[in-house]
Ligand binder design. Structure first.
Ligand SMILES: C[S@@+](CC[C@H](N)C(=O)[O-])C[C@H]1O[C@@H](n2cnc3c(N)ncnc32)[C@H](O)[C@@H]1O
Length: 147
């Protein structure tokens, strides 16, 4: 399992939680839109974007999506959590189902979309109408190594 975040404080907090749970994780402090900078090898069966990509600029989203596609094993699952699109002061601008398909649709099939609203979440988060998208990596048999 590998955990990526650009913020050292987020990595530090996650390390503490992983230790509490007894989970072994490889931690990478890096930018998800810089594939080379992460130094990761392909083969991941599951990728979970918990609200990171939705906050990136369009070009960075594209770079992140390309990096995820590169790292994913054939048939891999991708989970993407995102708020509904909106203009917000503190929370990310979000993305809807069409945005997700536009970003990942070339290499992933969208299988399922569901509301991720949680009655216990803070009001601003509930008002941002979070959703969870589940996608499956399309076949990669024809792609040359390293593409
Ligand atoms: C909604 S938080 C999720 C935090 C944590 N990963 C979790 O699952 O609880 C989104 C995280 O994305 C990180 N982030 C924002 N831009 C990033 C980037 N370009 N590369 C890597 N991480 C980024 C932020 O530092 C923040 O910790």
């Amino acid at each position: 399992m590998t955990g990526v975040d650009v913020a050292a404080a987020a990595i530090a907090k996650a390390k503490g939680r992983a230790a509490d749970e007894g989970v072994q994780v490889r931690w990478v402090a890096g930018d998800v839109s810089s594939r080379a900078g992460l130094g990761l090898e392909p083969g991941y069966a599951l990728v979970y974007d918990f609200g990171c990509i939705q906050g990136l600029a369009n070009s960075a989203r594209q770079e992140a999506a390309a990096g995820i596609a590169h790292l994913a094993a054939p048939g891999a699952k991708l989970l993407v959590a995102a708020f509904a699109p909106g203009r917000r002061v503190l929370l990310p601008r979000g993305m809807d189902q069409q945005d997700v398909i536009g970003l990942f649709g070339d290499t992933w099939d969208l299988e399922h979309t569901e509301s991720a609203s949680d009655a216990t979440a803070p009001r601003p988060v509930r008002r941002a109408r979070p959703s969870l998208y589940r996608l499956t990596r399309k076949g990669q048999a024809d792609e040359p190594p390293g593409s």
